[in-house]
Design a protein around this ligand. Structure first.
Ligand code: IMP
Ligand code: MG
Length: 172
């Protein structure tokens, strides 16, 4: 497997993103929502570099089968534990790909009336976008390659890799 982004570069960038979030929400409370399972590693590192009064929650969605292709269908598998009404919310994603998942999540979360709703994503594949959504805090923009590691999986594997790596498999 080919390394795309090394652990040291990830660590440095996560710290920068956390500092940006800290500056943007200075003096306010922050509520992070991690999108399971891919965002769990990114969120864990991010939250420890944020210097604010911060709470966390998780939501689990499924839009992918076991493989690399999106089914285009999003389902909530595990909802939030608590209300987000009136909160400063940052939704934390592993990767922004077609934007279908994020578009759906933003729609359902907006209905719950947060004060602010922003998006942090470790990775962004802008060339793959189907829905016109943008992240507010992006770690890295990457080319159209299927990547694993640092929380990202292929069929639930490779989430534990410390680097973000390109997975090459025969098509289909
Ligand atoms: P979207 O709805 O197409 O934007 O897809 C978002 C979700 O698809 C992410 O949260 C990932 O779980 C998964 N995904 C998209 N691209 C990749 C990839 O390159 N590697 C691993 N998972 C990916
Ligand atoms: Mg996944």
């Amino acid at each position: 497997m080919k390394v795309l982004i090394r652990r040291a570069a990830i660590q440095k960038r996560v710290r920068e993103v956390a500092h940006q979030i800290t500056r943007d929400f200075k003096g306010q409370r922050l509520h992070l929502i991690g999108v399971l399972k891919g965002a769990c590693i990114f969120l864990s590192d991010l939250v420890r570099e944020i210097n604010l009064d911060t709470s966390i929650d998780f939501i689990a969605v499924s839009s992918y089968g076991k493989g690399k292709q999106s089914s285009g269908q999003v389902r909530v598998l595990k909802d939030l534990d608590s209300s987000i009404e009136g909160l400063n919310v940052v939704l934390v994603e592993d990767i922004l790909d077609t934007g279908i998942t994020l578009n759906y999540l933003l729609r359902i979360l907006r209905q719950r009336k947060p004060k602010i709703l922003r998006v942090a994503a470790l990775l962004d594949k802008p060339s793959r976008r189907v829905k016109p959504v943008k992240g507010n805090y992006i770690g890295f923009s990457i080319p159209n390659e299927f990547v694993v590691g640092y929380g990202l999986d292929y069929a639930e594997r490779y989430r534990n890799l410390k680097d973000v790596c390109i997975l090459s498999l025969p098509p289909g």
